[in-house]
Design a protein around this ligand. Structure first.
Ligand code: B1M
Length: 233
């Protein structure tokens, strides 16, 4: 039996949950979008919650990609394919994570800062915030300060969210916050920041209201600040 035949022989639906999740980590690593979509659907059909599929199959798989990218085993084209496969799974989960049917409990404008094109984490935060009942306006990637300011003016959100995945782009958050201060607008918004290289200290240093370690923390933090905002009225 050839190795190629071996690979084609794997029938995802015949794997048990644990094997399937490991196979999905492999498929994500190999950038196989269709297989990731199929695996996502199988786990959901087996009664897994969208959040569990997201955490155990997709986010955990992407963490493995991240380690090998860091170590020079994977390169940009392969990581792009992995990201594309991850997005295939996320698209299936999006309506499940976002569908609450409840009226919005707040509004958030979010974008990845100038110079940075990483958007998976930001997209996840958007989905989870929508799932928690927030209206989300997603500005996309590579956002200059003007884009944030225009969106704040247009949408009048409660929260401004910024994402950065590079140590070289995260200082740009301060550029945006400083501009808000200069225009006398800083206190009009709750500013939340996040992204893998950030930490609590950095959040404070740039003048954000809070640093959010992950999407779940972003949701809890946003809810917390909204509650405080309502209590002040
Ligand atoms: Co890039 N990359 N990348 N990359 N990439 C990292 C970030 C890196 C850590 C990889 C590594 O070396 N291990 C490294 C940064 C090193 C550093 O700065 N210290 C790196 C590098 C160097 C680069 C390039 C410079 C590589 C090159 O060209 N030589 C280049 C830069 C391009 C640019 O932006 N200008 C680059 C390019 C790319 C791809 C395009 C190939 C691709 C992005 C595709 C895409 O996003 N559409 C990519 C990817 C996929 C990664 C890794 C592997 C995975 C990132 C990811 O999606 N994680 C990443 C390694 C890693 O982080 N381990 C890496 C999964 C995601 C769910 O987690 O984004 O952390 P995360 O989001 C979390 C939290 O951080 C938080 O919640 C999210 C969900 O729980 N969060 C927020 C994020 N944003 C938030 C905003 C909030 C709140 C919470 O607001 C309220």
């Amino acid at each position: 039996m050839t190795e190629e035949y071996d690979d084609e022989d794997i029938v995802l639906s015949e794997l048990d949950d644990e094997e399937l999740v490991l196979q999905m980590h492999d498929d994500l690593y190999d950038g196989l979008r269709e297989e990731i979509e199929e695996g996502t659907n199988i786990l959901l059909a087996r009664g897994w919650s969208a959040k569990r599929v997201l955490d155990d199959a997709l986010v955990a798989g992407m963490a493995i990609v991240g380690v090998d990218f860091r170590d020079g085993i994977l390169f940009v084209p392969e990581v792009l394919q992995a990201a594309n496969a991850m997005k295939g799974g996320m698209e299936i989960l999006r309506p499940l994570l976002a569908d609450t049917g409840a009226p919005p409990i707040g509004k958030m404008v979010i974008g990845t800062v100038k110079g940075d094109i990483h958007d998976i984490g930001k997209n996840l935060v958007s989905m989870m915030m929508e799932g928690a009942g927030f209206e989300v306006i997603d500005l996309g990637i590579n956002c200059p300060v003007e884009t944030y300011l225009e969106a704040l003016e247009e949408h009048k959100p409660d929260i401004l969210g910024m994402s950065a995945l590079l140590t070289t782009t995260m200082p740009y958050m301060k550029v945006v916050i400083d501009e808000l201060v200069a225009k006398g607008l800083r206190d009009d918004y709750i500013v939340l920041v996040g992204g893998a290289p950030l930490n609590e200290e950095f959040g404070k240093a740039v003048g954000a209201d809070a640093y959010c370690r992950d999407a779940a923390v972003a949701v809890d933090t946003a809810k917390d600040f909204m509650a405080r905002k309502h209590n002040q009225r």
